[in-house]
Design a protein around this ligand. Structure first.
Ligand code: ATP
Ligand code: MG
Length: 555
């Protein structure tokens, strides 16, 4: 084995350079969601990245609600966002902040800029401001209000704050450069008048700061050293730097952009998920087919699996899209050794062992997880009548089918060999009973070596089995056709949800919400947190067992 080299991502390289050069003494990162929806897998990447960096450099991780925009934010989202971040394991300790708590400081900052001659009140309408701004190829034009005196600006800004103007009548703008090649630097708006009630500050303010002005101030106030955001803010960085420079913060935070995480053929956009919820196509923001963090949790994903996934995705500046199969790989890897392997029959047909004593039930000793002894053993009831999966029997099998067919012998997992003697069909030609004989010598665990069989099938004893509801999922989008139809609507997969009544080992009836298991040969399943009742769990399939996904080779 060669020497292991752990390569650092580009953000770690920047941080280490800053620490080495004394540009900062400790590291402070933050996660700044807008409370306008539920968090999704992409946000998980940002949360775990920011939290992971703080941990790695023994720094701090802040949680900050970016609630400067009173139109869209809702208190209900604040709670769900906190719950999701805690569940992921990112700990903000006592540093839970709201950007709206800094309105006073932002106002003071605006006054400072006015006094420095770096900001002015402008009377142009929104439309005129747009016209004056110019385009990518043409420079902008200066506003006729650009050269107001400091005194006049101070008075007008005070009037804005005091509610003397209607929405849109006046704005405060930065005085930078109307000819800048970067449109964001052409005297951007810093404050606007909006007579709206804010969920945190009520009616105290009728002027609200714009994101590009507010965000660097929030970072600077909190002592954030590295303000990590996604690529669409790259062109805003000169403005971010301008704000921290002009406000003369002693420890200016640094903005670093990385590429968003996209999953191929998976919808994450709030707008579309809202539509799916409203049209009743999914049963809420946490429908297990979605990739909101709440949905992944409900489906049975673990924080560890999401962390593994995010780590595998890496951090980069190049926009790319990751296959959902990689997320599935991660949850399989995580649950493989952690969860017991139980028997469940999803598509049941009766198997009767004609030479097994009627009415007898014996309890077989079964390992909970052959790969992890620590999970111990359990007793599994066995009897004369069993359920097996319909696809484990064929009347006329093709070559290489090693499961049950007339005359063939298979192993019943953890139990005995059985040989198919006959079967019964109903009037429609469906097989309803499979008759077998068993060989008592072949009991599992007794070291029987007399002969071998090629197939092993799972089963549950009919007398003691519990009937439960199981839900199987496919991608909500029809992957073959892509996410959108030509008319812009979503391309829905009609088979994204299959509900089945199944038979399971009796012990599974005690599953509590979020308990998860491997059902042998079927996949990993998790007891649903909404629809499970005491003694009657509903199981969601997290993921099937097999996949064609291969972990890309790490260089
Ligand atoms: P969306 O519109 O998809 O919900 P958003 O960017 O509007 O996303 P915010 O609440 O503003 O959501 O984002 C909070 C943080 O999460 C920001 O720092 C943002 O850059 C980051 N983020 C959002 N989407 C992704 C993604 N797909 N991958 C990585 N980080 C993301
Ligand atoms: Mg947003």
């Amino acid at each position: 084995m060669g020497e292991e080299t752990v390569s650092k991502n580009f953000i770690e390289q920047i941080i280490e350079k800053d620490l080495a050069e004394g540009k900062c003494e400790t590291v402070c990162t933050r996660f700044p969601p807008e409370p306008n929806g539920y968090l999704h897998i992409g946000h998980a990447k940002s949360i775990l990245l920011n939290y992971g960096l703080a941990q790695k450099y023994h720094g701090k991780f802040n949680m900050r609600f970016d609630d400067t925009n009173p139109t869209k934010e809702r208190v209900e989202f604040v709670e769900s966002i906190k719950e999701d971040i805690k569940w992921l394991g990112a700990d903000w300790e006592d540093r839970l902040f709201f950007a709206s708590d800094y309105f006073e400081q932002m106002y003071e900052a605006a006054i400072k800029l006015i006094k420095k001659g770096k900001a002015y009140v402008c009377d142009l309408t929104a439309e005129q401001i747009r016209e004056y701004r110019g385009t990518l190829t043409e420079p902008g034009k200066e506003s006729p209000y650009r050269n107001r005196s400091v005194e006049e600006n101070l008075e007008l800004f005070q009037n804005m704050k005091d509610g003397k103007y209607a929405d849109g009548e006046k704005v405060l703008r930065a005085k930078i450069d109307m000819t800048s090649p970067n449109i964001n630097m052409r005297d951007p708006i810093l404050y606007r008048v909006a007579h709206m009630t804010h969920h945190n500050t009520g009616d105290k303010w009728c002027i609200y700061p714009m994101y590009d002005f507010a965000h660097p101030i929030e970072d600077a106030i909190e002592g954030v050293t590295h303000s990590i955001c996604t690529l669409e803010f790259e062109d805003h960085r000169p403005l971010y730097d301008w704000v921290v420079r002009e406000l003369e913060y002693p420890h200016p935070p640094k903005q670093i952009e990385f590429a968003k995480l996209y999953l191929t053929n998976v919808v994450t956009g709030k707008r579309y998920i809202k539509k799916l919820v409203e049209e009743g196509i999914v049963d809420g923001w946490d429908d297990p087919r979605l990739v909101s963090i709440a949905a992944l949790r409900r489906r049975g994903f673990t924080p560890e699996s999401i962390k593994m996934f995010v780590d595998l995705c890496g951090v980069s500046k190049a926009q790319s899209s990751v296959d959902y199969a990689m997320l599935e790989y991660c949850i399989r890897e995580d649950l493989k050794l952690k969860r017991p392997r139980m028997m469940a029959v999803l598509d049941p047909v009766k198997l009767i062992i004609d030479n097994y004593p009627e009415g007898q039930i014996e309890y077989l000793d079964v390992d909970n997880n052959l790969e992890n002894e620590a999970l111990g053993k359990r007793k599994v009831p066995f009897g004369r009548e069993l359920y097996i999966d319909r696809e484990d029997f064929m009347e006329n099998p093709p070559k290489k089918y090693f499961r049950l067919f007339p005359g063939n012998e298979v192993r019943l997992m953890n139990a005995y060999f059985v040989k198919c003697e006959s079967f019964v069909k109903d009037g429609d030609g469906n097989v309803v009973e499979i008759h077998c004989t068993y060989d008592p010598e072949t009991k599992c665990g007794t070291g029987f070596t007399g002969r071998k069989v090629k197939g092993t099938i799972h089963w549950v004893a009919a007398q003691t089995a519990k009937k439960v509801t199981v839900r199987l999922y496919e991608n909500i989008i029809d992957e073959e056709k892509g996410v959108y139809n030509p008319d812009g609507s979503l391309n829905l997969n009609p088979n994204s949800l299959t509900v089945k009544e199944c038979y399971v080992e009796p012990e599974l009836a005690c599953a509590k919400p979020y308990d998860s298991f491997q059902f042998v040969r079927q996949g990993y399943f998790c007891a649903d947190s909404h629809d499970s009742k005491e003694g009657a769990p509903v199981f969601n399939r997290i993921v099937a067992l097999k996949s064609s996904f291969k972990l890309p080779k790490q260089q």
